[in-house]
Design a protein around this ligand. Structure first.
Ligand SMILES: Nc1nc2c(c(=O)[nH]1)N=C([C@H](O)[C@H](O)COP(=O)(O)OP(=O)(O)OP(=O)(O)O)CN2
Ligand SMILES: [Zn+2]
Length: 118
């Protein structure tokens, strides 16, 4: 029996948000990691073809990048956790192999983030 393989795709976006009463309007560079887990394709070894994953992510990226997150439909409280859940719900029908969505902000070594697993 073959072992499941995890494949991932990362993307970044720049966006503004506010989280009253904790923070006023400000911006971040966010990093997103989409993981997909499943049985490897017998020829290519992947659990998901990254070309297809990239196509699905494109629309989400367009919505979030250079956006004001509080005004995105379904994202009126844009905490890290709510952003990750929002991305999950946007993608899971098209990417059934998706196993987690991780969202982080801040530089390596000082980043803060969360992982959402549906
Ligand atoms: N589990 C979480 N806790 C908190 C979140 C969150 O998204 N998940 N968010 C906040 C507020 O946004 C808080 O005001 C954080 O401010 P922010 O500028 O977004 O982030 P930093 O703390 O990294 O800001 P710096 O001052 O630039 O370090 C609170 N808790
Ligand atoms: Zn912030």
């Amino acid at each position: 029996m073959t072992k499941p393989v995890e494949t991932y795709k990362e993307f970044t976006f720049e966006a503004a948000h506010e989280l009253p009463p904790y923070s006023g309007l400000h911006g971040h560079s966010f990093k997103v990691r989409i993981a997909l887990t499943g049985e490897p394709d017998p020829k290519f070894g992947w659990s998901a073809n990254l070309y297809e994953v990239e196509r699905k992510i494109e629309e989400i990226h367009k919505t979030l990048d250079h956006g004001y997150l509080n005004q995105v439909e379904g994202l009126s409280v844009p905490s890290l956790e709510n952003i990750a859940a929002w991305i999950w719900h946007k993608l899971h029908a098209d990417l059934p192999a998706m196993s987690e969505v991780a969202v982080s902000r801040g530089p390596d070594g000082q980043a803060e983030g969360c992982v959402y697993r549906g």
